[in-house]
Design a protein around this ligand. Structure first.
Ligand SMILES: Cc1cc2nc3c(=O)[nH]c(=O)nc-3n(C[C@H](O)[C@H](O)[C@H](O)COP(=O)(O)OP(=O)(O)OC[C@H]3O[C@@H](n4cnc5c(N)ncnc54)[C@H](O)[C@@H]3O)c2cc1C
Ligand code: SF4
Length: 458
């Protein structure tokens, strides 16, 4: 797929990947052999009818392709851009055994973008079942909440999403940067969910505005918790409180949601300086590093304690970061931050690491190399180590069970928690995971809530 030139894109926030042309999409769709067993569709957590939507592209019937896609996935423009297809549908595509799998994600993006450009001529009205008179409160408007809400209104229930922030979309809005996922795409898909009849109430911190029990006692028949995992984890090493050491959450929220990248049009303070170190090896670390580069840093390092093979970030994003000039310091782990008299970070002392036997995560365990300490100068450090759920809802909801790490316990197949009439799904249950796994959980919970509501009298 065509992309912006690495030198140019390293200094702007425009989308990196430019999308297929119509001819490219047709050529790719024509490679699909329409396997009768459809392994690709089974590999998709929201069961998109993949061979069918590809066949419609091939038949030049784009309206039909949109209809098939939207039948299962309310957020295709988002999934087509950030979903890890390489470990889902594309991994099991029959063609991957012999060579390159069908680029399902890129075709999905093409269909979603085509729909946006042709919305005026497309009179797509989704199939909504007659009203059941039942009401569901969905807490959180990330991919889990949006998907659950979209399916529930289609089943005929009335749905209200309560969102703590002033915009809907969760991490898609405040975490993933504009150059990977333009906010207009997210807003367009949130608007689609609203057009189905879902009410979205912003600036509504549940657990404060009303508790889950109060929602259930008032007029909601069920509650879905899609509150994500928004609480950052830290290194817990000396100097982490120096100014200039950010959590990735704070850094990315300032850049994306509060639009520091449009300074001075948006008056969001953020320090960048010349040298920025980002600690971590996941998508969040790649996004933080690439944002720092775009905000003007001269050198940006990724500090990761294992080797490249163990990096959890999407392969494509590691490659993009490398092309843009991010410097990878692998098998390296911070020991402490060093600061000046004014309390600002100036350097990081690090250990060199080596890899031992695999640990519980299945990845080879990093071990400190004795006497390997070295120091690198930094003006800013961003800690991107992962996140856990915010404890507000569990601490204000009687009868929810949580694990040690704060995640809510729920049945994997149905999303049902141990508390009566309460379901949960997405990062709040799994811990930080992926957009499509959150959407899959939202979909399964919607089916389970629907079955429950239809089995109970009003
Ligand atoms: C920087 C970054 C990059 C990522 N890149 C990728 C990627 O490339 N591909 C991928 O698949 N995944 C990626 N992920 C992970 C993915 O975004 C998450 O797994 C996904 O968004 C989880 O969805 P969710 O609906 O469970 O929660 P979230 O998206 O976190 O949404 C939860 C929402 O609930 C709201 N909320 C929380 N508490 C309350 C409350 N008490 N009351 C009301 N509202 C509340 C929050 O404000 C938020 O809007 C990335 C994550 C980050 C942070
Ligand atoms: S597995 Fe691959 S080739 Fe087969 S139908 Fe799916 S996308 Fe097409």
């Amino acid at each position: 797929m065509p992309r912006q030139d690495p030198k140019a894109r390293a200094r702007n926030f425009n989308e990196v990947a430019l999308g297929y042309t119509h001819d490219m999409a047709l050529q790719e769709a024509n490679r699909c052999i329409q396997c009768p067993k459809r392994p690709c569709a089974d590999g998709c957590p929201v069961n998109v009818d993949i061979p069918e939507f590809i066949k419609a592209i091939r038949d030049n019937d784009m309206a039909e392709s949109v209809r098939i896609m939207k039948g299962k996935n309310a957020l295709p423009g988002i999934c087509g851009r950030v979903c890890p297809q390489e470990t889902q549908c594309e991994e099991v595509c029959t063609l991957s055994k012999k060579g390159a799998p069908i680029a399902i994600g890129r075709l999905e993006r093409y269909v979603a973008d085509w729909e946006r450009e042709h919305s005026a001529e497309l009179a797509t009205s989704p199939n909504l079942l007659p009203s059941t008179g039942k009401k569901v409160a969905v807490i959180g408007s990330g991919p889990a909440g949006l998907t659950c809400a979209a399916d529930l209104v289609k089943f005929g229930h009335k749905v209200t999403i309560f969102e703590a922030l002033h915009v809907a979309g969760g991490v898609l809005m405040y975490g993933i940067p504009e150059f990977r996922l333009p906010k207009a795409i997210v807003q367009g898909e949130v608007d689609y969910v609203k057009s189905l009849g879902v009410e979205v109430r912003l600036d509504s911190v549940m657990g404060k505005l009303a508790t889950v029990d109060e929602l259930l006692e008032s007029n909601y028949d069920a509650v879905f918790l899609g509150t994500g995992a928004g609480l950052p984890m830290f290194l817990d090493i000396p100097g982490e409180n120096f100014n200039g050491v950010y959590s990735a959450n704070e850094f990315l929220t300032r850049v994306n949601l509060m639009k520091a990248y449009l300074f001075p049009e948006y008056d969001t303070p953020i320090k960048i300086g010349k040298k920025v170190a980002v600690v971590g090896g996941g998508n969040v670390a790649m996004d933080s590093a690439r944002c720092a580069l775009r905000l003007g840093a001269d050198e940006v390092y990724i500090i990761y304690r294992r080797s490249r093979v163990e990096m959890p970030a999407r392969h494509e994003e590691v490659e993009n970061a490398e092309e843009e000039g991010i410097i990878f310091k692998l098998l390296t782990n911070p020991k402490r931050f060093i600061g000046n008299d004014q309390g600002w970070v100036t350097a990081m002392e690090c250990y060199g690491m080596e890899l031992g036997e695999p640990d519980a995560s299945g990845r080879r365990r990093p071990i400190i190399k004795e006497g390997s300490e070295f120091t690198i100068e930094v003006d800013v450090a961003v800690v991107a180590l992962g996140t856990t759920p915010n404890p507000l809802i569990p601490s204000t909801t009687k009868g929810l069970e949580t694990r040690k790490n704060g995640t809510v316990m729920a049945n994997e197949e149905t999303g049902k928690t141990v508390k009566d009439r309460v379901w949960a799904g997405g990062d709040v249950v799994t811990g930080a995971a992926t957009v499509i796994s959150a959407m899959g959980a939202g979909k399964r919970a919607a089916a389970s809530i629907d079955a429950h509501l239809k089995s109970t009298k009003s």
